[in-house]
Design a protein around this ligand. Structure first.
Ligand SMILES: [Zn+2]
Length: 305
């Protein structure tokens, strides 16, 4: 069974939003519980908590995710632009899209969800307990909220990577380069700025000067194997897992919660709707995670604080 699970996990290293039909074992064939006081008892005993977050958490801060029909940029959805092929053929257009997204994020503040997670990590640390955030979000809001232990499996909007020397650099400049200033407007009738490739963001290393790309994982690309090894350790070690604000359709992250559940470890899902993975989990709390999560992670009466 373990080998089978590993195979499913390994197959999912490439980021895609295709539904995978292979199913892991269902720990509890009954409907998940939505009993918060029961969850709180489990929470109070957990020593290593893994919190998997997705687009719904960014949405709590007003960050659009470009995943739905209504969240288009010009004529396109994220899946049309966030690909190696699109960047290779239309680097100016793809950079305009990411410039727009960077500027949007720079303008946003952490939400109640980000703050509750960061506060919980700091509080539990004093009790010898740990919290790790494994996030699909590419904004910087978990860190801005104060979370220290964050694994950004899909990369970061605020980092660039050189196509020539591969150097990854934190880059919060606004705009990311002079030529992108005033570009990136999202309206469907806005023409491409068609910035020459030598005016797009370039490597600061004078001997290199290679073209930079956003350090995010594009659709169809393989996730960073070093990072995935760290994620794997966390999901093997945790004794409680929360899956927050994710529709659980983007792989490999969609398998993390079910993998934890397959070990018999409690997993709690917090989302506005049920997901294809809800049936695997012990708990499901429906509603805006900005409402449900702070309640779930608040100090428990048994905590010595
Ligand atoms: Zn370089």
């Amino acid at each position: 069974m373990l080998l089978k699970n590993r195979a499913v996990f390994s197959l999912g290293l490439r980021m895609c939003s295709t539904h995978v039909t292979a199913k892991g074992p269902v720990v509890d064939p009954g409907a998940p519980s939505s009993d918060m006081s029961e969850f709180r008892k489990t929470f109070s005993k957990a020593k290593h908590i893994a919190i998997i977050t997705g687009a719904g958490v960014s949405a709590e801060s007003g960050v659009p995710t470009f995943r739905g029909e209504h969240e288009r940029w010009r004529k396109w959805q994220s899946q049309d632009l966030a690909t190696p092929e699109a960047f290779s053929r239309f680097p100016s257009r793809v950079w305009e899209f990411y410039h727009y997204r960077r500027e949007l994020v720079l303008d946003k503040k952490p939400s109640a969800v980000h703050l509750a997670i960061a506060e919980c990590e700091a509080r539990l640390k004093k009790q010898g307990r740990s919290v790790v955030v494994i996030t699909q979000c590419i904004d910087d809001l978990h860190r801005q909220a104060g979370s220290k232990h964050v694994l950004q499996i899909h990369g970061s909007l605020m980092e660039t990577r050189c196509l020539s020397c591969r150097q990854v650099t934190v880059n919060k400049r606004s705009p990311v380069c002079a030529a992108l200033k005033g570009t990136g407007a999202p309206g469907s009738d806005v023409p491409d700025a068609q910035i020459p490739v030598d005016k797009l963001p370039r490597c600061d290393d004078r001997d290199c000067h290679g073209l930079l790309r956003p350090n995010v994982v594009f659709f169809g690309e393989t996730l960073d194997s070093h990072l995935l090894t760290m994620v794997e350790k966390e999901i093997e070690a945790c004794d409680l897992c929360l899956v927050v604000g994710t529709s659980s359709i983007v792989y490999p992250a969609a398998m993390f919660g079910p993998r934890v559940a397959a070990r018999g470890v409690p997993v709690a899902e917090f989302n506005t709707n049920t997901t294809p993975k809800t049936e695997y989990f012990m708990y499901h709390f429906q509603g805006p995670c900005g409402t449900t999560l702070p309640q779930a992670l608040a100090p428990h009466e048994s905590e010595d604080i």
